[in-house]
Design a protein around this ligand. Structure first.
Ligand code: ZN
Length: 240
């Protein structure tokens, strides 16, 4: 498929690789966060019911790291924000990351399919709201006023990713699908390239440190650090 013209919408998928270059620990790498904790304890609803204190402590620590340890967006995040501003056909950014680095870089059309560290939601009221502090069992829900009903707004193992309908619709209508810094092994995101190709309209490209598990499905692949590859690619397509 040829590169799209500037009237075609673009869908960008980003994964842990783009945040890792900002200094954030990944979850799934060999030495990542999931290798140091028991996933069932801190990232399942059953674990939350069993020991909410432990779950809150885990996400409070992640939230503090994101806020206080000097983590900043890198040139890849900024390049994607520029693409959104300058691409006439529109850009939807779908991220597997729960950090806020895309927003801090200036992207506004962002869907966090695995949730957001800086949001929490009430088990009763269900609508998520911004929360940048520690969360405790005793914290009262600002809406219904009950204690013990707030949980991190992140998608745990066994839960359904967010915004899937909107994502699938965007994939079906895009002219270019760019996958950045993903392992290509976590579904449903790993299957997005297939969804795009089945419809057959869009160019597909993988920008990654190394070939992902889904690499052979892409029409084009480029390998290297996202902070170098992504600004160069954005410059290239904006130049036409
Ligand atoms: Zn509530």
């Amino acid at each position: 498929m040829p590169m799209p013209t500037k009237t075609h919408p673009i869908v960008v998928l980003t994964g842990a690789g783009i945040s890792k270059e900002s200094g954030l620990d990944t979850f799934r790498d060999k030495d990542g966060i999931w290798s140091k904790v028991n996933v069932e304890d801190v990232a399942t609803f059953t674990g939350f019911q069993r020991d909410p204190d432990q779950v809150h402590a885990f996400y409070n620590a992640r939230r503090r790291t994101l806020k206080e340890s000097g983590i900043e967006p890198n040139p890849a995040h900024f390049a994607l924000a520029r693409l959104e501003r300058e691409w006439p056909g529109g850009v939807l950014l779908v991220t597997q990351n729960i950090d806020d680095l895309h927003e801090r870089a200036g992207s506004t059309q962002v869907l966090h399919m695995h949730g957001e560290l800086n949001k929490i939601r009430c088990l009763d009221c269900d609508s998520p709201f911004v929360w940048e502090r520690d969360l405790e069992i005793s914290t009262l829900c600002p809406d219904c006023g009950r204690p013990g009903v707030l949980r991190p707004h992140v998608v745990w193992f066994g839960e359904v990713p967010l915004d899937m309908e909107e994502i699938m619709e965007a994939l079906s209508g895009c002219g270019l699908f760019i996958s950045i810094g993903t392992s290509g092994s976590v579904y449903p995101a790993a299957g997005f390239v297939n969804s795009v190709r089945r419809i057959g309209m869009a160019h597909t490209i993988e920008l990654n440190l190394e070939p992902s598990d889904a690499a052979t499905m892409f029409a084009e692949t480029r390998y290297g650090p996202a902070s170098a590859l992504v600004p160069a690619f954005v410059e290239e397509i904006l130049a036409g």
